[in-house]
Write a protein that binds this ligand. Sequence first.
Ligand SMILES: [Zn+2]
Ligand SMILES: [Zn+2]
Length: 366
Amino acid sequence: MQACVVHPAGELRVEQRSPVRPGPGQVTVAVAYGGICGSDLHYYRHGRVGDFTVREPMVLGHEVVGHVAAVGPDADGPTDGPTGGQPQGQAQGQTQGQTAGPAVGTPVAVHPATPCDRCPDCAAGRRNICADARYLGSAARMPHVQGGFAQLVTVPAAQIRALPPELGLRRAVLAEPLSVALHAVHRAGDVSGKRVLVTGAGPIGCLVTAVLRHKGAAEIVVSDLLDTPLGIAAASGATATVRADAPGDGAWTDPFDLAIEASGAPAGLRSCVERVRRGGAVVLLGLLPPGEVPLLGNLAVTRELELRGAFRFDAEFDEAIALLAQGLPVDAIVTHTFPLAEARAAFDIAHDRTVASKVLLDLARA
Ligand SMILES: [Zn+2]
Ligand SMILES: [Zn+2]
């Protein structure tokens, strides 16, 4: 199979890889679409994301959808291909009478995380911050977890979700970044009736905007340095958009109840801390540059601001699929689609924020 691999020097290649056969409890997915994330771009351009550095060749990608291609010997559901032939109904570790997992051919989305389910964070229901989680296409641990920009990807059956019939694959590929946005809004608490600032109108900022609108925020002001992403934010539900380099007044200067930092830039964090009212909250979602970043700490003290991190997601994945099936207005976010063979061109376009927001790889057209 073909896969999109980043090498430690930051080189990106589409190369031949051997598919992994599904073992017990695993499923192989024939990937249809993969969404290029900011973290994929960072691995490609800088060889690192935050404090995670590429130390060995790694298949990129954690936003993937496709069809079930094969089911491992002990996973529920029909078997297929080289590993078939195991009798059904004798799966170990499965609840008796549990319904079968998605059958071969079923369109599915892949949840990229496998938490350990043993640590105190997992036990407390905060599986997204499990220190021992595996995440597709992540260099956080060694060996790296190979990602989903491959024609076939093998994952635990518990990580796949069958898509509702009204949700097509091309829209479903937003389930992962939408889950990230949902988690950030959950971290903010009740947003209904609130005046909210979102800094950064990239795909995540725009998905946060759509979620805020859906959950009843009264005003959603989105800031960015570029007009193209701000236009997409407006289409995703922003009530006002602001050029951060020429903010003017009105929408920008009145204090906000809440701010969600989705740019990953220290200037975005500064705007959030400056613009939130006394007693307000700032959710830090964008990964900032590695190491220390400046913070208007005295404002956080004297205004009693709450600074809350938001990292990945857990059960939000199912909510994201349901919202996409219901028609959440996010279609403007997908701007380009490239065949896998043109992955490098896709990554280069994705880096150009004057034209691109979410860029997809079409892996069925490799
Ligand atoms: Zn992502
Ligand atoms: Zn854990």
